[in-house]
Design a protein around this ligand. Structure first.
Ligand code: DC
Length: 267
């Protein structure tokens, strides 16, 4: 089974996707990390980042791998061409260039075929921008996760602060903790991701939209796990939704089913 979780930057996709995967015993793939790894490698190799063909050569030639920590069921680190780039792909420099790189059709083609191979081999929770529309249009469950931009910026800043603490050696490179700056960056990236020609960020017509602005991560996870079970997924024995609940105000959550709202063919 594929559970596709798409949505804009900072909507909580990674946290939600990992918890859903743990809860159901599924594998997890962060497709954004793949676009980030290619962007990192292109810059590190001194390529002109506007040279789509040269960047695509990297996407085709350099293996992207995910590493697991002992005792952890989900991948925790990202490698490209054998180099651990887990922290290096989360810098403001990569944020600034990754949308452009992800707009190159040849880069997308190379990464999408790897993502499909990963997904056919395992039950997977896959997060990104185009999983439900382009990578796995036949995914059994499609979630489009959103939140107000200001809330997304606040979450991203909190995440960056915690990364700073965890990776003291890389302190200098993970420095985007100014909320206004992060908000502007998120809005710029939303616009680029939504307006690119190939596989733009858009909710699949048969996706279920969850607005996490005022809902705890635990409640979002519990809802997705419930939807997955209704489609045949089995519990892995962990307690989704019983995680620590913060910012709870489920009454203001917005959830809508695009399949019910929209007419027309599936993309
Ligand atoms: O989820 P993220 O912020 O790590 O993603 C980084 C960029 O990669 C994002 O700006 C858009 C792009 N992306 C994409 O185009 N398609 C995906 N499936 C995942 C990410």
């Amino acid at each position: 089974m594929i559970i596709a979780i798409d949505g804009p930057a900072g909507s909580g996709k990674s946290t939600v996707a990992k918890r859903v995967a743990r809860s159901l015993g599924f594998n997890y793939l962060d497709t954004g990390a793949m676009y980030r790894a290619v962007t990192y490698s292109a810059l590190a190799n001194g390529l002109d980042i506007t040279d789509a063909r040269a960047v695509a050569d990297i996407a085709r030639a350099q293996a992207i791998e995910f590493g697991y920590k002992p005792g952890e069921s989900l991948p925790a680190s990202v490698f490209i061409d054998g180099e651990d780039v887990t922290d290096m792909i989360r810098t403001p420099l990569i944020d600034a260039h990754v949308s452009a790189v992800s707009s190159y059709p040849e880069v997308r083609a190379a990464l999408v075929s790897q993502q499909r191979l990963f997904g056919v081999a395992h039950d997977t929770v896959m997060e990104g921008r185009d999983i439900g529309t382009a990578v796995f249009p036949q995914a059994e469950l499609k979630i489009f996760l959103t939140a107000q931009p200001e809330v997304r910026a606040r979450r991203r800043v909190r995440q960056n602060i915690s990364r700073k603490t965890q990776t003291a050696v890389e302190y200098a490179i993970i420095d985007n903790t100014d909320e206004q700056q992060v908000l502007e960056e998120i809005l710029r990236r939303d616009l680029e991701d939504e307006s690119r020609e190939v596989s733009p960020l858009v909710a699949a017509e048969d996706s279920i939209e969850i607005d996490s602005t005022a809902v705890s991560i635990g409640k979002v996870v519990a809802r997705i796990v419930e939807l997955a079970k209704a489609r045949g997924a089995r519990d892995a024995g962990t307690q989704a939704g019983k995680e620590e609940d913060t910012n709870i105000d489920a009454s203001t959550a917005v959830e809508s089913n695009h399949a019910e709202q929209c007419e027309g063919p599936m993309r």
